[in-house]
Write a protein that binds this ligand. Sequence first.
Ligand code: SF4
Length: 996
Amino acid sequence: MLLTRRAPAPGTAATSPSSALVSSLARGVARAMPTMDRRAFLRRSGLGVGAGIAASELLLVRKARAADDKPAAAADARKVEVKRTVCGHCSVGCAVDAVVENGVWVRQEPVFDSPINLGAHCAKGAALREHGHGEFRLKAPMKLVDGKYQKISWDQALDEIAAKMKELRQASGPDSIFIVGSSKHNNEQAYLLRKWVSFWGSNNCDHQARICHSTTVAGVANTWGYGAMTNSYNDMQNAKAAMYIGSNAAEAHPVSMLHMLHAKETGCKMIVVDPRFTRTAAKADEYVRIRSGSDIAFLFGLMHHIFKNGWEDKQYIADRVYGMDKVREEALNFWTPDKVQEVSGVDEATCFKVAKIMAENRPSTVVWCMGQTQHTIGNAIVRASCLLQLTLGNVGISGGGTNIFRGHDNVQGATDVGPNPDSLPGYYGLADGAWKHFAKVWNVDYEWIKKQYAQGMMTKPGMTVSRWVDGVLEKNELIDQDSNLRGLFFWGHAPNSQTRGLEMKRAMDKLDLLVVVDPFPSATAAMAAMPGKPEDLNKNRAVYLLPAATQFETSGSVTASNRSLQWREKVIDPLWESRSDHMIMYQLAVKLGFGAELVKNYKMQKVKGMDEPEPESMLREINASCWTIGYTGQSPERLKAHMRNMNVFDVKTLRARGGIDKETGYSLDGDYFGLPWPCYGNPALKHPGSANLYDTTRHVMDGGGNFRANFGVEREGAPLLAADGSHSKGSDLTTGYPEFDHVLMKKLGWWGELSEAEQKAAEGKNWKTDLSGGIIRVVMKNHGCHPFGNARARAVVWNFPDPVPKHREPLYSTRPDLVAKYPTHDDKKAFWRLPTLYKTVQDKNAEIGKTFPLIMTSGRLVEYEGGGEETRSNPWLAELQQDMFVEINPRAANDRGIRHGDWVWVKTPPMAAMPEFKGLKVKALVTERVDAGTVFLPFHFSGRWGGIDLAPYYPEGAMPVVRGEAINTATTYGYDSVTMMQETKTTVCQVEKVTA
Ligand code: SF4
């Protein structure tokens, strides 16, 4: 097999037949030319052209040739280029070589040299070209007129939207508009959108991460420093045991499984814990079925056996962890095996066996996804997983860590630098100091930004994407801002990924302004055009659809789940009338009066004859501002050199073994692939990035580190800084220490090591706000210390509702006995600007299991992604999954007279208030994957509503191929007590056979 070093595991690569044909041709010729890399080969040979091109694509090729006025037969007149990009679907970050002939994307290849995907793609990645050229895309701006979408010009659309925004601002203030950004924006666009909303004068912005991993970010960051995956997909090859709990990676992150399967080949024990026997479970050595939402009981059940048998890492805990004694007490004395079984359904022997596997096969890792995060207690569940790993001393260790797989391709980057309601880019927060830092970087007056905001609102976190519906519908006197929401942008976001769809439809109808910016019109377009209740409809409502370009029609960086950044080259120019998101942001900013301020630091470039900010300039501004998470070392030049030289990076360590970039002379040696953040200091410091976080066995200039000092020096007499002797390799300070600022630098006598210019910039600053990077340079390079200090991880997070994680039953539970023992929180007022109910809802629904006896949970399918609009519009993928379905156990099906393949109604509590809505009409998939008390539905479908096809309500020519009921039309109320994460994984339903 060609390139066996990076060969995918059997059965994991999926390509179209045409792709396979050209692959084999290419492989044959490549063997004859061993010194030519695959990319150069494809470009020079022209093999990408002509082979396997479908009829519709040939039309595009002919058009391109005609446009060039060159004879089709003249092969040497063809301009064949290979553009390197990254899959736009999930956070694994698989690289793609796109073959482009005369401006037309004609075919694609997985990048065999990529250390991440090793030449493999899943079905979605293999069908990517269709996403770029997708014929069901939105092709021109549109406006909803008398219930139908009509084409309008860009000028008209932008003029009318800007006028309406100004009108709403005048009447109700800037906070009356909410901007839902995208986790599919590249880093530069996500960053620009946060800046854009700030210049508009509001913190009412958010994106998908709120409803996929916000509980992870908050819970994990509050435990040890950074709220991200600690290790990498690749590093999982070093694990001796791996526990997937709340992750179905085989479908949600398919190519990541390559690394796990390699680990298994060398003896790694794989455990899958899930309410459903998933495709990932099918690969496991040990499958454990738990009751949905009971993870805390199970995880403490494991810790019970670990402490009872003395398997904990005592030295590690003594040196690097604060508060573990309280966890130990809880695990040993409260979570006895009988209680664990009562709550989670897992018996003592199974817990013991899993605990033993994890303890005896160290380093052992834990993987989680939305099965853990999307709960009212999500923040506590993820912390319980962190506690398990701290107990075993598995964090900061290669092969260990918490491998938290993010969802969308750039949900990690959009979280790091994008439109968050509670923080400026880089997790700087919203305090005055943060605003002043960014005002300086943005080169605008702090007072000018302040004047854009309503008084007192600049430092107050905005609403969240999970609750914009309540921002519209809630009584005005109960919300913590002047006006209700009146305008909404869905800027690359699927409405069907949010819960409470029935109420969302009402909220959409009440708005004054609704703008959808997307390559595909999304379910929003159809929902907005579908008639609702007449009393809900705002007669003045204006609805616009703007065609955004895909990520293949622009360039920019994207951050994979393992924190590596990759640079996407532009594959093709924006098709039809589409424009890049950053061009649209700029053009709207001009209309709103802050265009010049928005792009002050950027070079502008021409695309289709119009100005847009250059992505490289925007990345340089990110480099100049986001010191706190080390987004400063990844210059465009370094990232591009990495993309050109993927072959030099080791598959297990991600580290370059030598290598000089021919184009720039840059030495890649020692860099980790994609400079995984934190990549500290200026690019000139040449920090290699951090493949595994908190690893004390390495020098900080070698990617090493320790836990972050973010929570003080001591608490109640106990030290929060690391113990003596616990530090990263080669550190001049051999004990715990706080973060560095100008005062500490002077006290230690290190200030004189800064240059004069650096001293000037660093005076009065800390390592995060010193724009010279001088403090970081001296601390790391000269003294081997970590700029963020050296502290203990917190087993007790005293600022959270449950400092030691507690199990609490979901608001809608089928177990009233457990609700009595493990009740939810009290209601909250003005939580992220809105009242939020817990106990009131749970008490009201104490007997809900009598009417709705089945636990309803949801998840992903390999063929589709997110809300699914783009993948369901792709004919190659649409063919694979044509119907929305519910998985139901044979026992539950038989008791209801349901047979495999029957149409059924899935009914849930919100429908009681809306009797005209009959339920979700879906097909029954009778299977033992779920137990008799649980049903599973995938979350990628939309386009049907209570049995009705929404086809008439999509814009003409822009309807997805496959439509189905969205599970979230039927999901219930419930939000995490720290982050407003929505509850999607544990609610209740009834299933009935469709009889007429
Ligand atoms: Fe890779 Fe994810 Fe794209 Fe599949 S969807 S090809 S696993 S990045």
